[in-house]
Each structure stands twice: as structure tokens, then as C-alpha cells.
Ligand binder design. Structure first.
Ligand code: ATP
Length: 353
């Protein structure tokens, strides 16, 4: 039983910065949960407040049913892995992993035993007598994880755990983290500014801005139905087109095209809205649609991100399969896939069911 219940939590730094601002959040036992947001939105402060490394200014942190708001970090049932891993350089891998047991006063033999057990599943068995300086970034990350696991806490807190790894190692580490988390069933909260990482790993994501949660949902929900233009802008490997539009006769007029309003959206003629369409859902060469002149073509690998300039100097992005890549200066028409148009009101909130 190691769910985390956060109620009305604020963390204000002595300089007056309100890094976490009246936040409510419930993370269930065994969940893999991502705190996602741009730099400075308060993700690390929230994680550190859960760990007890920062003091809550108001509100409560409840872990496994116990109110730990005023409890010392060492007495909370949480293990934290820091961005830079924070391994002890003068200790061997085995000593690093066994450290939490040493703090608890357990014998050297027991420390070594747990280090051996924990390192097995993390492919560290042959490295137990090395020092951190003699390991790769990926190996150091696994030692930091092993040490956190050896703490035998119900909650694992990870601060940008993959950010020090190169792109290839990061992909491997993602798969590995996901498997490990499933096997151990540890309630895991991880901080990332990388939306692709959050989408790939998390059961649920909280997208944060200015110390608050802008949307809480599954990866699919935040990708397909962003609650507001902030989330729409932040999620997706290519930025969503967010275009000024107006409602006319049950259609949305956007960039010179008419697109059917999403179901459940009833708006009077002339209402200004923001139309959101992901580049992946704009299909070029499909009859009627948004027409523009190709201004840039960016290679994404198997596809290209093509920007077209539409009437009124509006730029619209669309992804095009490699073999159909247009040339700069060519005129292209792209139709949104049916049902993929999102409509946001003037406050930037998503409309429709
Ligand atoms: P990043 O991804 O850049 O680490 P973050 O989302 O984790 O950002 P935090 O580090 O939690 O954000 O910072 C939230 C806000 O609190 C920022 O405005 C930051 O400048 C401020 N802040 C962070 N640490 C302190 C501190 N020790 N004293 C004062 N202000 C701080």
C-alpha cells in the first residue's frame, strides 16, 4: 500500500517563488506516473516535496495512508534517484548498492548479499567491485536504481533518470525501466521534460505549468484530447497546428478551408476559435482542404515535416511520407483526417465531448 495523496500542496521558496501552487493529485499504488512540463514549471520541486527534501508551505503529502508532511526524508518510505545519480565515487558498486542497508546498521555480509541479489536483474553482476568512475552512464544509472531498490521503499522517485544517456542508450533504458517497474510493482513517479518519454513510459501523466497541473490523464488522452492549447502545444514530436479560425454554418473556416465541426460542438456563426490539427493528421493531395505553397521541408526519417504558407501568411505543418515529399515552391492541398480537428475556445480550452 504505497499510493501518494497530495492535497492542496504549495511549496514556496524563501525568495517568494511559488514553485508548487495549491496542487491536488492522487497517485495510485503501483502506478508509473510522469510529471511532465517545461523547465521551471515545478516538477522537481514537487518530487522533492514528496521526498521531504523541500518543505511544504501548506497542504499535505500522504504516502501509504500516512501523513508524512512534517516527517524527515529518511523516515519516509521513498527512494529517490537523482538526475546526476549521486553515487559515492569512493565506494564500489556493491558498497553503493548496499549503502541503504549500512545506514540501517545491517551487517557487511547482508549488504553484499543484497547488492548481489539486486544487481542480477540489472545486468550489473560483473561490475560489483568497480567504482562509479569506471562505469558508463547507463551502468551508473542502473547502480543508482539498484541502490534505490535496495532501500526497499514502496515509492520510487526518479528525477530525469534518462537525461544523461545518449539517444540509443535512452531507448534501451526506457524498455528496461518499464519492465523493472512492472516486475517490482513499485509506485513510481518520474520527472521529465521530454514528452515522448512520458508518453512511452507512464500509465498517467500530469502536464504542469507554473506550479499547477494543466491536464491529468493517460498518454492517449493527453495526446488525442489535450484539455487546452498549452498541453496541445507541449505534447507531440511535431508541434500541433494551432490556427485562428471562425465558425460558419456548422463548419470551421481555417486557413482558407472549411472543416466539419467536431461532434458535440455547437457554436454560433462568427465565433472565433482556435483550430488544432496535428501535422500527422493532414493528408496532402486529398481533394478539398487547406491549400498553400511549400516553404520548408524538414527530413524526419521515414517522413518529412512540410510547412506550407496559406493565405494570410498562415503557416501550416503536415507530415508527408518520404516518397511523396514535395519541393519548395510547390502548391499543396491537405485535408484533415475526419474527426481529427480539435476546437479550442478563446480561453484556449478544448470544446466538445
Ligand atoms: P527543470 O526542468 O528546469 O528542472 P522544473 O520544472 O523541475 O524545472 P523546479 O526546479 O521545480 O522546476 O523550479 C520551479 C521554480 O522554482 C522555478 O521558477 C525555479 O527558478 C524556482 N526554484 C527552484 N529551486 C529554487 C530554490 N532553491 N530557491 C528559489 N527558487 C527555486
Amino acid at each position: 500500500m504505497a499510493g501518494i495523496d497530495i492535497r492542496g500542496l504549495s511549496t514556496v521558496y524563501p525568495n517568494g517563488v511559488r514553485a508548487v501552487d495549491g496542487l491536488d493529485l492522487e497517485i495510485v499504488d503501483g502506478e508509473f506516473f510522469a510529471l511532465l512540463g517545461p523547465s521551471g514549471c515545478g516538477k522537481t520541486t514537487l518530487l522533492r516535496t514528496i521526498a521531504g527534501l523541500e518543505q511544504a508551505s501548506s497542504g499535505e503529502v500522504v504516502i501509504g495512508g500516512e501523513d508524512v508532511t512534517g516527517v524527515d526524508p529518511g523516515k519516509r518510505k521513498v527512494a529517490m534517484v537523482f538526475q546526476d545519480y549521486a553515487l559515492f565515487p569512493h565506494m564500489t558498486v556493491a558498497e553503493n548498492i548496499g549503502y541503504p542497508l549500512r545506514v540501517r546498521g545491517e551487517s557487511k555480509a547482508r549488504q553484499r548479499e543484497v547488492a548481489e541479489e539486486t544487481s542480477g536483474g540489472l545486468s550489473l553482476s560483473g561490475l560489483l567491485d568497480r567504482r562509479p568512475g569506471q562505469l558508463s552512464g547507463g551502468q551508473q544509472q542502473r547502480v543508482a536504481l539498484a541502490r534505490a531498490i535496495a532501500m526497499d521503499a514502496g515509492v520510487l522517485l526518479l528525477d530525469e533518470p534518462l537525461s544523461n544517456l545518449d539517444a540509443r542508450l535512452r531507448l534501451e533504458a526506457r524498455t528496461f525501466l518499464k519492465r523493472l517497474q512492472r516486475e517490482l510493482g513499485l509506485t513510481t513517479v518520474f520527472v521529465t521534460h521530454d514528452q515522448a518519454e512520458a508518453l512511452a513510459l507512464a500509465d498517467r501523466i500530469a502536464v504542469m505549468e507554473s506550479g499547477r497541473i494543466r491536464q491529468l490523464g493517460s498518454p492517449r488522452e493527453v495526446f488525442q484530447r489535450p484539455a487546452n492549447t498549452f498541453v496541445a502545444n507541449f505534447i507531440g514530436s511535431t508541434p500541433m497546428n494551432l490556427l485562428d479560425a471562425v465558425v460558419r454554418d456548422g463548419f470551421v473556416e481555417v486557413a482558407g478551408a472549411r472543416v466539419t465541426l467536431p461532434p458535440g460542438v455547437l457554436l454560433a456563426d462568427g465565433t472565433p476559435v482556435t483550430a488544432g490539427i496535428r501535422p500527422e493528421y493532414l493528408n496532402p493531395g486529398a481533394g478539398e482542404g487547406i491549400t498553400g505553397v511549400v516553404s520548408t521541408v524538414e527530413n524526419l526519417g521515414v517522413s518529412s515535416l512540410v510547412s506550407i504558407e496559406c493565405p494570410g501568411e498562415v503557416l501550416v505543418g503536415l507530415t508527408v511520407p518520404e516518397q511523396h515529399e514535395p519541393s519548395v515552391g510547390e502548391t499543396v492541398t491537405a485535408a484533415p483526417e475526419p474527426g481529427r480537428l480539435l476546437v479550442f475556445d478563446e480561453e484556449g480550452l478544448l470544446l466538445g465531448s
